[in-house]
Design a binder for this molecule. Sequence first.
Ligand SMILES: Nc1ncnc2c1ncn2[C@@H]1O[C@H](COP(=O)(O)OP(=O)(O)OP(=O)(O)O)[C@@H](O)[C@H]1O
Ligand SMILES: [Mg+2]
Length: 339
Amino acid sequence: MRHHSPKLSHFTADHIVGLSPQMLDLKETLLKVAPRNSNVLITGESGTGKELFARALHAASLRRAGPFVKINCAAIPDTLVESELFGYEEGAFTGCRKGGQVGKLELAHRGTVFLDEVAELSCAMQAKLLRFLQEREIQKLGSRRTIFVDVRIVAATNVNLEQMVKYKKFREDLFYRLNVINLHIPPLRERKEDIPLLVDAFIQKFNLSFRAGVNGVAPEVMTAFLHYPWPGNVRELENCLERAFNLVDEEKVIQPHHLPAHLYALAGENRLPGEKGFPGQVTAAFRQGKTLAQIMEQIEKTVVLQALAESKGNKAKAAQLLGISRPGLYKKLIKYNLM
Ligand SMILES: Nc1ncnc2c1ncn2[C@@H]1O[C@H](COP(=O)(O)OP(=O)(O)OP(=O)(O)O)[C@@H](O)[C@H]1O
Ligand SMILES: [Mg+2]
């Protein structure tokens, strides 16, 4: 995130926070495919940044001066999708607008169409979209004239489209047309190194927009963040910090009691040394039948995570804190599934 809040339409790859190997890879692919015109399917759980990637793709493309038009396939009633996409002529049906309506596809001429939640398209609309992708022409409702439209389609979904194809809920031919390039954004829990960076970026952003002077999060908060599974991904982290901004006190440091209770509780389940006191935690581990080796591993994992948190994801610094080599740190990240 930059030091100013960019307009939604101005998001670029630089606004995608993340230095995990997966994110670096994704950004590289994004910049490589952006100038081409191939359709892109962005997949990933809710809140992983699919729309952010779609906007960055447009901004890095040769179409950046053209429009970016978003169509949320889940938000438009099935009966209106067609006129929304293709538009209609005046008098096409009773109750239609005077002068007709220009469809979103036509509006996006020379730009990018972002088809959000594309899995929600009805069978009939899937067929119509496929025809458009083959012919690159639209016919407004109530019109005989066809109009050539030059758009790039970026589609997004948080459901497994391949599964839907298998169960015949989504057309296979349309799937292949949309999925020329696939960008899969992994969930936040699979790229924990990005968490400290995102926390910093959001604190900067909210400090600006709320004119607050929050200095950061307490170490226990960062530990909780690193253990929590983040089912709502980056959006949930962003919301959680926004909430904390409203509760923070004079000290200007976000504390555990500024977090939603469920977050702290859930994070605690995966944790060994913590606020309950170390001996108590060990006793609890014994009760679960954990051996010395297993307990040591869990402690090691916690210590590694803490080092990553304190070095803000900088692996060289984390290795230095831990007094181990970088390759040694990488081995541990792989061992504990923290890559
Ligand atoms: N890597 C990132 N860096 C900075 N901000 C991010 C990142 N990923 C997501 N965000 C922010 O998190 C929020 C959610 O992202 P976005 O709307 O793109 O997710 P989504 O995948 O489209 O979610 P959904 O499936 O629920 O529509 C946005 O405010 C976005 O700016
Ligand atoms: Mg979205």
